[in-house]
Design a protein around this ligand. Sequence first.
Ligand SMILES: Nc1ncnc2c1ncn2[C@@H]1O[C@H](COP(=O)(O)OP(=O)(O)OP(=O)(O)O)[C@@H](O)[C@H]1O
Length: 839
Amino acid sequence: MATKVRIAARLRPRLTGEPPDDGGVLICRAEANTSGSSSSLPHNNPNNSANSSSSSSGGSFTGLTVANPRDASQIFRFPFTSCYDAEATQEEIFNADVLPLIDIAWSGITVTIFAYGVTSSGKTHTMQGPPDDPGVIPRVVEALFAKTLSRETEGETTEIAVSYIEIYKDDVFDLLVSRENAPKLPVRENESGMVFVAGLTRTPIASVAEFETIYSTATARRSVGATLLNRASSRSHAVLTLEIRTRISDPATGATKLREGKINLVDLAGSENNKLTGNDPARMAESAAINKSLSVLGQVVHALNTGAPRIPYRNAKLTRILQDALGGSSVGLLICNLSPAAKFRQDTLNTLNFAVRTKNIENKPVVNERDVRPPQPVKLDLANPPVPAPKPVAAVGTRPGARPSLVPRPTGAGAYQSSSRAESRLSMVGRGATSAALEKMPPGLSEAEIDARIAKAVEAEVARRMEEKEKERQRELEEEKERERAKEKEAGSSRQRTKSPKRSPKTKARDLPAGLTPLLKRHKDLDDELQSRLAELERKFERGNGDAGLADVLSPVSKKKTGRAYVALARAHSEQGNLQVALDLYRRAETYVPDNVKLKERWILFVVHVFLCSLASSASPSAPPSRAASRASRSRAASESVPGVAPALASVPAATVAASKVVSTSRIAAAVSALKRTSLARVSASGSGSRSTVAGTSGRAHGKAIIEIEWAVKNEKAFKPSPKRAKKAKKVKSKVKEVEETEMDVDIASRAQSEKATDAGQESDDQMEVDEVESSLTGAFGRELTNTGSKRGLAEAGMETPVKRPKGKKQRVVVIESDEEYEPGAAPRKNRRRVATAA
Ligand SMILES: Nc1ncnc2c1ncn2[C@@H]1O[C@H](COP(=O)(O)OP(=O)(O)OP(=O)(O)O)[C@@H](O)[C@H]1O
């Protein structure tokens, strides 16, 4: 059943030094004859109502009237049923409004009584009171113990415990321990949604005297300071909680019920007007905290009244702790303390407005009572933890709709004996430690002992878990390091693999995937073969990748230089007759200068050169015996007499012979014979030592001669050497100009000119033409042989600078590209031929 917060208003008397009462605040009572409710004014002091200036006859109205501080003619009325004037005693208030609530708390419901009002309005006087005129708190304790004694005869045993906190500048402190040992305490919520102060001391009390001792000590710890308005102004909110645990045994059934009620007695700090208090900075800070928390309290009340979806309980520790009293499951009483002084008139109005709003708050009290078994040792099976007990239907402090906790509550006597603090620890640490502690707990222990044991077990559990976590962290670190080491090792071994051209089969087997290793072991032959093939493939791959990779990272200039270096090297090898090596080097050069058209052409021509050489070699003695072959063999034998021809032919790889199928061996043999004849003729014509003779296959006369020979072979006509023509120096110049498209061609021209000058008067026209074309092809890289850049490029490529080619030792092949008919003696067209220079 919902109940509203009860309101009581108490007007304190005028204090010494205060101006005379202006009658601005009056307690009104309905006339007995005008209102049927007049008889229901038990809280007004009948003795002083007629005489007190603060009381008056209200006609049909019962409550308070307050004059507007800005317009005295305007009166505000506050219809409260419990109103006390300045003459009202502590006892009257207690008996009329507080004592009934003790029975409610005893029945297992949480009751909250709080004093609210401006500073110096008498809150502390009402709640605590002076020793000779005790207030609500001492009287409640006295009443509780009186009740305890009276109920023991009915088969009930009651335990009363006290806890006491202050909320100072929004921090919670335990007033039952000395301030030196009192840390700020956290506010938490337990599994039932009940808010509690974690780590709060709960002290059982056995008598009023014991309470008074504890209470007086604790009160002395409370933050109090002097202001202009109050010599002993409370600088904090104080909450004293009395827990009433009643065990009710039924001898007939043997069942035992446990009922837990609470009384929260709250002495709020008063709102302060800092213009009046004359606070110093320290007091100002306190005042700000006080006013802020009271403001949040007002917001909470407002939110509850307006049905707001969110109630700002969490905005202040005060409202968080009083959450249950405001719209929760407790019964509430708000005592509004009022000052008669005119200077507090506005504060009085504010207090009463707050009370009006608060009285509309509805709480839904819940009785916290549950059946418990007689105390007996609890034996928990950790392997099969007990099913959590169903939640009590009505539990004190459980807000309707509160979030259920994921942490099961312990059941049985152990659960009962554990205090709220222990329960909070249960929820914090989990059941592992506490269940073990409960298991070992012998029956008959006092609550403090149980609490201590649980605390110890919890601490041990926390230490154990921290140690485990630390170990786990160390383990992870070790694993991480191990992984790093493995990575480094792997990286090192892969570097090693890249460097070493050949690895032992054993190493390779180790590097192979685990699944392959046993297979390879079982088939050793296969393994060896596989290893050698893999090694070969790796070498090829590495070589190809090496160039491609290097070409990727080099700058364009370096790439050009390296390409030139390879060409130079290729030429050197070509001159030595290592055609296959030269081919390979040309290929590598192309990797670095893929866009160099001239190099491509040159490379193609070189391949054709090798091809033709292969045709020549088809006449070798190893060829199949046939007429043509024997003829070729003869031609070859004849060519051996020509210096340089034989080595060139001998160097042609046997593999290229297969390509010779497309050309008649007999025609090549004839061509070779003609070449020999022509060369000999040239030698005899130009005299010994001439560079234009057949000094090796690089004789320049061979170019045109071979073209003519080829033409003769093709047309099956007799080869007639073309007559010598006069030099055409101008033509050479113009041709050289044509090839000056690249920067290297400048060099080519000079070289061509220099060669021309050297050979002046010795070379025929056709030789000159061949030379021009040759220069256009070879010139692409010719210059680099003499420039330091090329040497650097070779060095970058890790190669040695080739031996400088001696003049007159060039090896040339002229290739027919056109199918046009060739007429001996006619000037060859540029597009009809290409000259490949294998140098
Ligand atoms: N009903 C009363 N009868 C006699 N004296 C009273 C009464 N109420 C208050 N006083 C006196 O008024 C003064 C201020 O009261 P009290 O300290 O209780 O005010 P307060 O509201 O608690 O102030 P603060 O908020 O600053 O702590 C005290 O000296 C107190 O003894």
